[in-house]
Design a protein around this ligand. Structure first.
Ligand code: MN
Length: 156
């Protein structure tokens, strides 16, 4: 279920520059990766979906090579406006620290099943097939899929 209640409960919008936001369902299928230097450095991976941003915190960063698995912790949905957010979250506020946009672009869903999401990313740094696989509670694994060989291409 998409919802921003948890997002709003955690923040004081008179103290943080983050957007308060609302559900905006214009289906633009964007993604963003934000480098978040909070108490612990992590990368927030967000997919525009059903009017909000489905979000995962990836402590070691999104994998750039096939075969590398990275823990991705599912976190609360964020408002669509958050996709452009960069800046300083003040001390004492939730997620205090610096947020920078690390990559952004569009995505397509290739395959969606309970506990599995296969997507293709069209970003500047991240391009190609990825999968998010639910493992336990809030924990997912993010992997870069191996490129599928074009069946029509003859071996040289
Ligand atoms: Mn974060």
């Amino acid at each position: 279920m998409i919802g921003l209640e948890q997002y709003k409960e955690k923040r004081s919008f008179e103290k943080t520059p983050e957007p308060e936001g609302k559900i905006i369902n214009d289906k633009r299928n964007r993604f963003v990766v934000q480098r978040h230097q909070a108490r612990q450095l992590h990368y927030d991976f967000r997919l525009e979906m059903e009017g909000a941003l489905k979000s995962w915190a990836v402590p070691k960063g999104v994998p750039l090579e096939p075969g590398i698995k990275r823990l991705a912790v599912h976190v609360e949905d964020h408002p669509v406006e958050y996709i452009d957010f960069s800046g300083e979250i003040p001390d004492g506020q939730y997620g205090a620290g610096n947020v920078k946009i690390w990559d952004s672009g569009r995505y397509e869903i290739d395959n969606e099943e309970p506990g599995y999401l296969g997507i293709t990313l069209y970003g500047e740094k991240l391009c190609g097939g990825y999968a998010l696989i639910h493992t336990n509670k809030k924990n997912w694994l993010m992997i870069k899929r191996k490129p599928v060989k074009d069946m029509n291409t003859k071996e040289e």
